[in-house]
Design a binder for this molecule. Structure first.
Ligand SMILES: Cc1ncc(COP(=O)(O)O)c(C=O)c1O
Length: 418
């Protein structure tokens, strides 16, 4: 049987392999700290669950582009939280931002630019449609954020082709957040060379230094597509509901998206869209809930960063989302002494020998021989944490409510010191 070679060549990621291994170890009763897990640890806010329940009997197919009230609510949400003007006719709903991103990649021609230190799924999606891509270099000094000079130099050498850059802030896997100045600089280059920007803003309100992370759409609205949803900010990943907002200048693409949606997923489940409506309309209670969740993540991320840095591991400083990169280069000799030469083999060793799961940097576009990993600090039950800010903070609270985090950090530190 002949298979589309673009699909045939897709390999299961190392991330998947680690997750499977953690599951199997845990089912055998082993104690594993899962720093590979990338799901929000908090329960879904009760009003959102109630909205889903209320619509459970709703068996109508909704329009392919999504429920109009929901698209209007998201338009107001983008205005309120990000000061962005994306009218409801530029906003589309899909079964997760991941699917919407894929459909956009299907629609766009040209070369896709991925900064080193980006989300694992971008490249497989591009490969699945047989697209051209390039991984742009980034530096640890700037927490692996793409800089304007690097982008400009690539564009200068490749002026003719259509180029689409994929940006993600707050970032998975680094936890970095682009500043307004950095985005303004990138926007200048994008404008000069007519780039399309796919701005993945799925963690926008899980931002530790400001209420929301800045968006490049503030500086380059004419060609920025925004992707977000309810998976991370509203902790509802399993509901599978995301949105995209396309630039007003490109609103003619709407019919292409509409056709593609209607010929593929049809529409997102009706009850889920009503639940998302409650999420995006928001309320004081929900806003306070999201803010407190971000505070807890900040507390834990800062703790992990401090402890691991003090042990000599090179870490990106989490400024948003729930991840950081941890680089064991200072321990290269020790790792080589154990016959470990790739991030995949080291991740496997850490899991088998320390009971700590980290994801290899090779899945995030780092060279396979670099001993760098993504650490997700969400192996805890968010519901256990007190809801009032400042009620209990500091290391004692982390020990009490997120003991697995403390255990995992201690194991990595002990490895470095041994
Ligand atoms: C950076 C990034 N983008 C997109 C997604 C996909 O989110 P969704 O659940 O909306 O498909 C994830 C989920 O892990 C993510 O980390």
């Amino acid at each position: 049987m002949k298979i589309n070679p673009n699909i045939w060549e897709l390999k299961p990621s190392a991330t998947l392999a680690i997750n499977e291994k953690v599951k199997s170890l845990r089912s055998q009763g082993a104690s594993v700290v899962h720093f590979g897990f990338g799901q929000s640890p908090f329960p879904i806010y009760e009003d959102i669950v109630a909205a889903l329940k209320k619509e459970a009997a709703n068996n109508n197919y909704l329009p392919s582009l999504g429920l109009l009230e929901l698209r209007e609510a998201i338009s107001s949400y983008l205005q309120k939280w990000h000061d962005l003007n994306y009218p409801s006719d530029t906003i589309f709903i899909g079964p997760g931002s991941k699917e919407l991103l894929y459909q956009t990649i299907l629609i766009l021609e040209g070369t896709f630019l991925i900064p080193q230190g980006s989300w694992v799924s971008y490249l497989p999606q591009i490969k699945a449609r047989g697209g051209d891509f390039i991984i742009l270099p980034t530096e640890s000094d700037s927490d692996y954020k793409l800089d304007a000079v690097t982008l400009a130099s690539y564009c200068q050498s490749n002026p003719e082709i259509q180029k689409t850059v994929i940006l993600n802030s707050p970032n998975n896997p680094t936890g970095a957040v682009y500043t307004s100045e950095e985005l303004e600089g990138l926007a200048g280059v994008c404008r000069e060379y007519g780039l399309v920007v796919l701005s993945d803003e799925i963690y926008s309100r899980i931002s530790f230094n400001s209420v929301t992370a800045p968006s490049i759409a503030s500086y380059y609205p004419e060609r920025t597509f925004i992707f977000s949803g309810i998976s991370k900010i509203f902790s509802a990943g399993g509901y599978r509901c995301g949105f995209m907002a396309i630039p007003q200048d490109l609103v003619h693409l709407r019919s292409s998206f509409q056709s593609l949606f209607s010929e593929t997923f049809s529409a997102v489940a009706s009850p889920v869209q009503y639940a998302a409506l409650t999420a995006f309309r928001g309320s004081d209670g929900l806003d306070a809930y999201i803010k407190r969740n971000a505070e807890i993540l900040n507390l834990i991320g800062t703790y992990v960063f401090k402890e691991l840095s003090a042990a000599g591991i090179l870490c990106t400083k989490p400024q948003g989302a729930f991840y950081m990169m941890v680089d064991f280069s200072p321990f290269q000799q020790k790792l080589n002494g154990l016959n470990l030469y790739s991030s995949e083999s080291i991740a496997s060793y850490f899991l088998d020998q320390l009971g700590v799961a980290l994801l290899p940097g090779s899945d995030f576009y780092f060279p396979t021989e670099k001993p760098i990993f993504r650490l997700a600090f969400v192996d805890f039950m968010g519901a256990d944490w007190p809801r009032e800010a400042g009620a209990e903070e500091g290391v004692s609270a982390i020990k009490k409510y997120s003991p697995k985090i403390v255990e995992g950090v201690a194991k990595l530190v002990a490895f470095c010191k041994s």
